[in-house]
Design a binder for this molecule. Structure first.
Ligand code: XMP
Length: 507
């Protein structure tokens, strides 16, 4: 295993994913992880991640034993500067720094750079620079701007790069990661999702025994994949519950429930549409909407659990980023932007034991597992959909009429955007119903109707996002169809904001 020590870089998860992509298991640890713990876990290599701070403004510490020991280390960006300063070198606060694609020249043979040309293009993102290396370290690459770009120790298997090998713009990034994992750390290539699936099935079978397991499915790829995995492992001992809160896109409930039932999953669909709408009446504040929906969801779920139980276990599709982020917010490292509604909180209330087979997996790994389990591409590639559903895409009060308008606009958007040859590059595409009416003219008459905003974004993980430059002819067709086909909407606008400063959803 490779341990990635997280100094707070936006790329930390990407580093861990890159190792898994080459078949080496990796986990992320906070800087206060102990060397003895890593040794016990038989960690083969340690990566010190980048971070947002300057080594001078940061009071981050790590266990000094890490540098006294013999586990290979790769410092990246801030990790390089941290290591340099920690071991007696010097770092100068940068005025200019280097950002974006930069050429480096390799000045010395190094295992880390085996297979690279003498000059390579890499991705830089730093202000501070290492100006003096610690004793026993030598430079192995210099940037086109004359800064130290990489270095290594002559005594220990310690390496450091100022650039980001994990970012796809660094052309030979993957090779550098492979060199570190295999040539330097001698890590084994044994992270294999086919085997993971088989092992998990066995493990779950053993853990569950003759007991019953409850699962909430939402229609998304994580809970659908989990339902199929559990069905393979324990068959009818699984009860999967789909709460239809009436805030779904057209067709999603039908598609997922048909698929799961055909596979033999013991699925119960609860029609709670009226109940949710009733509770949402008059609610305008976005946080209040989330709270009401979350609360109602727990209520419905609890009733069903009581009716159909007793259940010893609750299965959840928790992913590794959720685990890392909740750890980060517990330590105050992440600010709360929105209360995301999931089924968290259920286990404490109901006294369930948890089964979370995906707790150490990234989203792309769950998608691969979905493929291994034979889940159709349409479901695997389904865009993320927020727990509170269309309620956070109707600004202001949610009513059945508005839901109907939004669903129809959303369906038109989906039909048209799916025809685009770049559809696969989109993270999310959806319609938002605004709480304002504007004047228009339909036929010979004045109209006074609602506005739809279209949001189409690219993203790696939902944490940051960019609006997509969709060709005007596609946007135009979407706007024409929405305003022509839906009575009640006479204007369509396109959202040109990135995240940050906006969020992806409008509420
Ligand atoms: P924001 O709007 O915070 O969204 O930029 C980031 C990603 O999270 C999704 N999202 C949610 N997912 N429950 C969820 O399970 C929620 O309450 C929720 N709110 C937003 C959003 O669709 C985007 O993918």
């Amino acid at each position: 295993m490779i341990a990635v020590v997280d100094f707070g870089s936006q790329y930390t998860q990407l580093i861990a994913r890159r190792f898994r992509e080459i078949g080496v298991y990796s986990e992320i640890y906070s800087p206060n992880v102990k060397y003895s713990f890593l040794k016990e876990k038989e960690v083969k290599g340690i990566v010190l991640s980048g971070g947002p701070n300057s080594v001078y403004d940061s009071d981050l510490e790590i266990d000094y034993e890490i540098f006294k020991g013999d586990i290979p280390i790769l410092g990246i960006c801030f990790g390089f500067q941290f290591m340099a300063k920690f071991l007696g070198g010097e770092v100068r606060k940068g005025e200019k720094g280097e950002f974006g694609l930069t050429e480096i020249k390799i000045v010395r043979d190094s295992l880390l750079f085996e297979g690279l040309e003498k000059k390579e293009k890499v991705w830089m993102s730093h202000y501070d620079v290492v100006t003096k290396l610690p004793e026993d370290f030598v430079d192995i690459a210099i940037s086109e701007n004359g800064f130290l770009a990489a270095a290594q120790s002559l005594k220990k298997p310690f390496f450091a790069v100022q650039f980001h090998p994990e970012v796809s713009h660094t052309e030979k990034g993957r090779l550098i990661i492979e060199n570190f994992a295999f040539k330097i750390c001698k890590a084994e290539k044994n992270w294999n999702l086919d085997r993971f699936v088989e092992e998990k099935i066995e493990e779950i079978r053993e853990q569950v025994g003759e007991n019953k397991v409850l699962l909430a499915v939402s229609g998304g790829v994580d809970s659908t994949t989990l339902a199929v995995l559990l069905q393979r492992a324990i068959g009818d001992k699984l009860t999967a519950i789909f709460v239809d809160h009436g805030l779904l896109r057209i067709g999603e409930k039908e598609e997922v429930s048909r698929f799961l039932k055909d596979l033999g999953v013991n699925l119960v669909v609860i029609d709670a549409r009226e109940r949710f709408l009733e509770k949402l009446r008059g609610v305008i504040d976005p946080e209040e909407k989330r709270r009401v929906i979350g609360h109602e969801f727990v209520g419905v779920f609890k009733e069903e659990a009581r009716k159909r139980g007793p259940f010893k276990f609750l299965a959840q599709g928790t992913l590794y980023p959720d685990v890392i982020e909740s750890a980060a917010s517990n330590t105050g490292m992440a600010a709360k932007i929105k209360t995301h509604h999931n089924v968290g909180g259920l286990p404490e209330e109901l006294g369930f034991e948890l089964i979370e087979p995906f707790r150490y997996l990234f989203k792309d790994e769950v998608r691969k597992i979905a493929e291994i389990l034979g889940i159709p591409k349409d479901i695997i590639r389904r865009q993320p959909f927020p727990g509170p559903g269309l309620a956070v895409r109707i600004l202001g009060e949610v009513t059945e009429d508005k839901l109907e308008l939004l669903r129809r606009a959303d369906r038109i958007l989906m039909e048209e955007i799916k025809k685009w040859d770049k559809y696969d590059e989109i993270w999310q595409s959806f319609a938002v119903l605004l709480p304002i009416k504007t004047v228009g003219v339909k036929g010979d008459f004045r109209s006074y109707e609602y506005v739809i905003a279209i949001r189409i974004v690219k993203s790696e993980d939902g944490m940051t996002a960019n609006f997509v430059e969709v060709p005007y002819d596609i946007l135009g067709k979407i706007a024409r169809r929405i305003t022509n086909e839906i009575i009640g909407i006479n204007r369509v606008v396109y959202d040109l904001t990135d995240k940050p400063p906006a969020t992806i959803e409008w509420e």
